[in-house]
Write a protein that binds this ligand. Sequence first.
Ligand code: ATP
Length: 236
Amino acid sequence: MAFLNIENLTVNYGNIKALKGIDIEVEKNEIVTLIGSNGAGKTTTMNTIAGLKRSSGGRIMFDGEDITQMGTPQIVKKGLTLSPEGRQVFPKLSVFENIELGAYTRSKKERDEMLEVVYDLFPKLKERRSQSAGTLSGGEQQMLAVGRALMCKPKLLMLDEPSLGLAPLIVKEIFDLIVRINKLGTTILLVEQNARMALAISQRGYVLETGKIILKADADYLLNSEEVKNAYLGGV
Ligand code: ATP
């Protein structure tokens, strides 16, 4: 069975059927991208895997265990973390305090070890560790959100729109960092509006449309498919 194995997952918001029975598999050490139009259900998928939203049917298996009914703290402890859409850093707390919050499930030794990894990946966060997070630029806040998610030493890191609202150069930096994090041994599930760049660093991708997976394929195939290009990659 795949490292993350989602079977026939359904999620409702009242009468709205946001996910209508989706299957997703992510193998260990892969980068997999989920693409789809606004409202397709991408964030719902990530939030449900992370235990922030209850499913109404189906099964989520992670690292050989059924996590469908688990709460977020338990899921984080198992090594699955989400860096949510919209950064959501604590603006009044310092950069260091924000980072430390991500490690609440870990021992002091593990915290120190991961802090070194995070500061190494994001030297700017180290430089600004005493500054309040609200005074960081958008790109720096995004890096902080990713750094915080890394602190619990995830085996699988989910990133929801990590490049949202960022300038192209910073976007490039974020994507390079995602590749580095992956090379350190973290499996990645990515949701991105910037589908072309996301697929360029991914092995495989899924296309989600109104709560259903309509296509799954190697990233190269998706990048070259006329249908995908026209619908999701700006037609070029
Ligand atoms: P976007 O790219 O715009 O962020 P998305 O693919 O992440 O979109 P979701 O945010 O998962 O899509 O939304 C899927 C569907 O569920 C949409 O129709 C949305 O309106 C609906 N939805 C999401 N959150 C809620 C909520 N809290 N209450 C009711 N409906 C919701």
